[in-house]
Design a protein around this ligand. Structure first.
Ligand code: HEC
Length: 136
C-alpha cells in the first residue's frame, strides 16, 4: 500500500513536469516572420496604439523615389552589405528598432520615427523584416 501511493505520487510529479516542459517549449519557440502580415503592416498609414506614422508615409517601393526616407525597392538584395557584421535580417531589424544606429548616406538622423520597438510587438517587427526580405 505504502509503495503504490509513492508510485502514484511519482507519476503525478512526472506528469506535472512533462506538462510544464511542453508548455514552455511552445511559448519559447522562436517567432517566425510572416511576410504577408508584414506587407499589410507596411502598407498601413498609421501603426500601433499611439498611431505612429506608417512605413509607406515615408518610404516608396518605386526605385529611386524619395518621399521622406529612401526607396525600399530592392532593399533585400543590398541589406546584407550595408553594415559590416550584420546580416540582411539583422540590418533591417536594426533599421526599424533603432533607426539612428546607421543613417543612410544623404539622409539625416532623427527623421525616421524612433519608437517602433515600443509600439510594435516582437511578432510585428519580425513580420515587417520578413516582408522586406522579399523586396529583391
Ligand atoms: C517619418 C518618416 C519615416 C517613417 C514613418 C519610416 N521611416 Fe524608415 N527611414 C526614414 C528615413 C529618413 C531614413 C533614412 C535615414 C536612416 O537611415 O535612418 C529611413 C531608413 C530606413 C531603412 C534603411 C534604408 C536603407 O536603404 O538602408 C529601413 C530598412 C527603414 N527605414 C524601414 C522602415 C520601416 C519598416 C518603417 C515602418 C515600420 C519605416 N522605415 C518608417 C524615414 C521614415
Amino acid at each position: 500500500m505504502k509503495l503504490s501511493l509513492l508510485t502514484l505520487f511519482c507519476v503525478f510529479i512526472i506528469s506535472i513536469f512533462l506538462v510544464a516542459c511542453g508548455a514552455k517549449e511552445t511559448s519559447s519557440s522562436p517567432e517566425v516572420g510572416n511576410p504577408s502580415r508584414g506587407k499589410e503592416l507596411y502598407n498601413k498609414t498609421v501603426l500601433g496604439p499611439r498611431a505612429a506614422p506608417g512605413c509607406i508615409t515615408c518610404h516608396s517601393l518605386e526605385p529611386g523615389v524619395i518621399l521622406v526616407g529612401p526607396s525600399h525597392a530592392g532593399i533585400a538584395s543590398r541589406a546584407d552589405s550595408i553594415v559590416q557584421g550584420l546580416s540582411a535580417e539583422e540590418y533591417l531589424r536594426q533599421s526599424i528598432i533603432s533607426p539612428d544606429a546607421h543613417v543612410k548616406e544623404g539622409f539625416f538622423p532623427g527623421i525616421m520615427y524612433q519608437k517602433y520597438e515600443e509600439d510594435l510587438t516582437e511578432q510585428e517587427i519580425q513580420d515587417l523584416v520578413a516582408y522586406m526580405m522579399a523586396l529583391k
